[in-house]
Design a binder for this molecule. Structure first.
Ligand SMILES: *Cc1c(COP(=O)(O)O)cnc(C)c1O
Length: 386
């Protein structure tokens, strides 16, 4: 089965472009809300770095989610998109002064702080504005997520977060500062995680840390467990949504919250990956000595994940029902990494056929570049074709 695409309408648009299935996005958000709404102290902050297309953001805002930002530009983007500052969390190892000031001026919910020098700068900048900033400390739980090395963030060797051994001393230090208020702990162990055992390990680690806080009579108002839930890139049609129940149940069963604590999640990929496809047109079919190439008009400037992470994306010929043949699908960019897939079966491809590169809603459009002076791809949602 192929995805459900308005192909005749696609023919009228310049390719390549991103297509977001808004019904699937809404269904995904409902599935998340169904799980989360059973707990009145749980909150989901969509990780906007996965996709900041305004139409996508609008649907996510309508579903009531908050946002997780990692730059001042993202804070500006989500404020423009109508998200409430009181639902914004702001992470990142290298926050510039102007970015911190944007967060302070907007009155965001929390700064997720990754080092002592950063804590002191936030305190100074908040003092200059006569404000008190809510902060949470991002701890590095040294929990290994079995995922690509470039997207693992929770190991001691990564640049992210503060060592667990420093937790109590940094909290005690922060309590002496007048313009920050210590509200919580923050974690984020990586991305594209499919083994619930990794989240289970994170819960155990947090439980131990909270026991240690109890011994020091430190009470925090929230725990933020980050994001990282993966999607099924192999089977976007059959498994069009992650197993949100298994994911949230892991936290419900394992994590021991203290009285009055709220629990925060920062899902990115799991929210938007499956609803997006990169639609590209076949320019040429080239018969090499040993194989056939389908040369398409999208390149890694439009979708960099295969070149950057050797990521797999399912590809379908959505124009043709001809019998299958085997192709390497490659882009036009002058780099040998500009390959979307090697030796895959597609319905026989002809010049002009549209291919859908599936599961491209996360870390796709937002990572596009203009290398080779290429145009940035546009993004459309289902309603744009009605
Ligand atoms: C990237 C990121 C996320 C979202 O990760 P996903 O794997 O897309 O769910 C959440 N929190 C922080 C701090 C991040 O940097």
């Amino acid at each position: 089965m192929k995805g459900n695409f308005p192909i005749e309408k696609f023919e009228l648009k310049e390719t390549p472009f991103y297509y977001y299935d808004s019904a699937l996005l809404r269904q995904t958000l409902r599935a998340i809300n169904d799980e989360v709404s059973r707990h009145d102290n749980w909150h989901v902050h969509y990780a906007v770095k996965a996709n900041a297309n305004p139409k996508v953001l609008n649907i996510i805002r309508e579903a009531g989610l908050g946002v997780d930002c990692v730059s001042g530009g993202e804070i500006e983007t989500v404020l423009n998109a109508g998200f409430s500052a009181s639902k914004i969390v702001f992470a990142g190892v290298g926050k510039s002064d102007w970015e911190i000031n944007i967060g302070l001026d907007a009155g965001i919910f929390c700064f997720n702080v990754e080092s002592i020098p950063e804590l002191e700068v936030i305190n100074e900048l908040a003092a200059a504005r006569g404000k008190v900033a809510n902060v949470a400390f991002r701890l590095n739980p040294n929990v290994g997520a079995h995922t690509h090395a470039n997207i693992t963030t929770g190991l001691a060797e990564n640049k992210f977060g503060i060592a667990m051994a420093d937790m109590v001393s940094i909290i005690e230090h922060a309590r002496e500062l007048k313009n920050v208020s210590v509200a919580g702990l923050h974690f984020h162990i990586g991305s594209q995680i499919l083994d619930m055992g990794d989240f289970d390990a994170l819960c155990n680690r947090i439980n131990d840390l909270q026991d240690e806080l109890d011994r020091h009579h430190i009470r925090l108002t929230h725990i933020n467990v980050g994001g990282g839930l993966g999607v099924d890139y192999q089977h976007p049609n059959r498994v069009s949504m992650p197993d949100f129940k298994a994911y949230f149940d892991t936290y419900a069963r394992k994590l021991k919250l203290r009285q009055g604590q709220t629990l925060h999640f920062e899902l990115g990929r799991a929210v938007v990956a499956q609803c997006g496809s990169l639609i590209t047109r076949t320019l040429y079919v080239k018969e090499g000595a040993f194989k056939k190439f389908a040369i398409v008009d999208a390149g890694f400037t439009d979708l960099i994940r295969p070149a950057l992470y050797q990521a797999y994306h399912k590809i379908e010929n959505i124009t043709s029902d001809m019998p299958n043949s085997t192709y390497d699908v490659v882009g036009p960019i002058c780099e040998s990494t500009d390959v979307f897939a090697k030796a895959i079966d597609l319905n026989e491809v002809k010049r002009g056929d549209l291919l859908a590169i599936r599961s491209a809603g996360a870390y796709g459009e937002i990572m596009a570049s203009q290398y080779n002076c290429r145009r940035l791809p546009k993004g459309y949602i289902t309603e744009d074709f009605k």
